[in-house]
Design a protein around this ligand. Structure first.
Ligand SMILES: [Zn+2]
Length: 485
């Protein structure tokens, strides 16, 4: 039976089956799975570049060997050590041979049911290096429910579990790790690995991750968003060259989905010196609408390198405080966009709480990116958006010229429709400006010109403060790269 013939439905094991299929060149597993286990060890137990000495008893000499260790971050999940006997030579302890941790799959019993594929036969108990996400069932109960009594694995699932470490995409930020794994039918997962995951992995392999993220931080959604930008850049490139393979055409929506939908699992957690503890597990499958949005953004930013401009728009929502970089604003904005919610209140907070302090307007293209979002996803009318951007710009520049920043804060802090109208009245009076009558068109359910009043307020506050900062500090508009942590 080919390895791709029978899926388990578990994203980790299925990824491992695909990895094995590729490793074995399409052949099936041999009778003795441990020859394959050793092959995998050879790929992930690698030389560190350091050397050490061991005492060779046979020839009675100290010999040098190359130290090896588990590739990061696989090593977080492997606690197998080789207890090599030591000897003392001239007051120092030496191994009697280079350590060689033994990973072996030794199935026991018969008529046991594998918890992953349901096969009956001999099984092994699941270890973290075979299935790293055995989690607290109380916390992630719907994710894996039988973990309470320990998991049983048949040899096929066990060796697949060990092979799956090569399938993930990951990022690291301090002690926080983010892992990403696709899942769908095995043959399509194989296609996806070949056309998307491997090219991404080949770009980078370092201590901070195995793909080049445009930005990163300790929270899950900003990292997922960063990964999507990377994926979409590849897909868009292939699309423009006219060779988008069928599986990628499914992601863009150019082709109908012909099987199980493609899901991206994202797992975040921290390594506490002893073990990995999972903090968040999310699934993302809204590739088509996100890709459409991405393309709309690039069209609108149609400058020299719109993808880079877009990266910078999202990269900017962070703030350096002493030694660390806080990225919570980016996380909340990315989360809102990925969940089709309203990110504007967070953009507003960032402008009033951070940009005012750094004296820097939003980076080039930011207002355009959120205008597209408000139109496409929040279904706001283009006409109203244009009024808000035009009037907001005028308001902000006037406030800057007359040093009336307090008015903008009053606008931002308006807690209800009455307060909002009151502030507009004040603006009219203090800045001698005419308010666009559309903004005074109050409708039932506290709506203004067809939109909820607070959305109108937030957008106006954003445009106004941005114009204020641009007018006051014209040279410091954020076109810089923005500090990476
Ligand atoms: Zn199994």
């Amino acid at each position: 039976m080919s390895l791709l013939e029978k899926a388990t439905g578990n994203f980790w094991i299925d990824n491992g089956l695909v990895a094995l299929h590729r490793m074995l060149g399409g052949a099936d597993l041999p009778e003795d799975v441990n020859t394959v286990v050793q092959q995998i060890v050879g790929r992930i137990y690698v030389e560190t570049g350091k050397t050490a000495k061991y005492w060779d008893k046979a020839i009675g000499e100290l010999l040098t060997y190359n130290k090896r260790n588990w590739k990061e971050p696989t090593g977080l999940f492997i606690s197998v050590v080789d207890a090599v006997p030591k000897v003392e030579i001239e007051g120092k302890q030496y191994y009697t041979r280079p350590p060689e941790p033994k990973i072996q799959i030794q199935p026991k019993g018969k008529n046991q049911r594998c918890d992953f594929c349901g096969a009956l036969g001999a099984t092994v108990d699941a270890k973290l290096y075979l299935f790293p996400f055995v989690v607290d069932p109380g916390k992630f109960g719907n994710f894996y429910s039988s973990a309470r009594r320990g998991l049983k694995m048949c040899p096929r699932c066990a060796v697949a579990g060990f092979a799956a470490f090569e399938s993930w995409l990951w990022r690291r930020q301090g002690n926080t790790y983010h892992f990403f794994l696709f899942h769908t039918d095995l043959d399509r997962l194989d296609a996806l690995q070949n056309s998307l995951v491997l090219p991404l992995q080949q770009e980078a392999e370092g201590r901070s991750g195995n793909f080049n993220a445009p930005f990163f931080g300790e929270y899950p959604f900003e990292n997922l968003f960063g990964l999507l930008l990377c994926l979409f850049a590849i897909i868009r490139q292939r699309e423009s060259e006219g060779h988008l393979d069928p599986i990628l055409a499914e992601l863009t929506g150019a082709q109908a989905v012909v099987g199980s939908p493609i899901v991206l699992y994202t797992i975040s957690g921290a390594y506490g010196g002893q073990s990995f503890s999972m903090r968040a597990l999310n699934q993302f499958d809204r590739f088509q609408p996100m890709y459409r949005l991405y393309c709309r953004w690039l069209e609108r930013l149609g400058t020299e390198n719109p993808h880079r401009t877009l990266e910078q728009v999202f990269r900017q929502f962070q703030h350096r405080r002493q030694q660390s970089v806080e990225t919570l604003w980016r996380e909340q904005i990315c989360r809102a966009i990925l969940q089709q919610a309203d990110p504007m209140p967070v953009v507003e907070s960032f402008l009033y709480d951070v940009s005012v302090e750094t004296r820097r307007a939003l980076s080039y293209g930011t207002l355009e990116v959120f205008q597209i979002y408000s139109q496409e996803v929040m279904k706001m009318e283009e006409k109203l958006l244009n009024i808000l951007s035009g009037f907001g710009y005028h308001l902000g520049s006037q406030a800057a010229q007359k040093s009336e920043m307090g008015l903008l804060y009053a606008l931002r802090n308006a807690k209800n429709l009455d307060q909002f109208l009151e502030v507009l009245n004040q603006i009219q009076f203090t800045l001698e400006m005419t308010i666009n009558p559309e903004l005074l068109r109050v409708e039932p359910n506290e709506r203004i010109a067809g939109a909820p009043w607070n959305r109108v307020k937030t957008l106006l506050a954003i445009h106004a403060m941005n114009a204020y900062l641009r007018t006051k500090y014209p040279t410091s508009t954020a076109t810089s790269e923005g500090g990476e942590p």
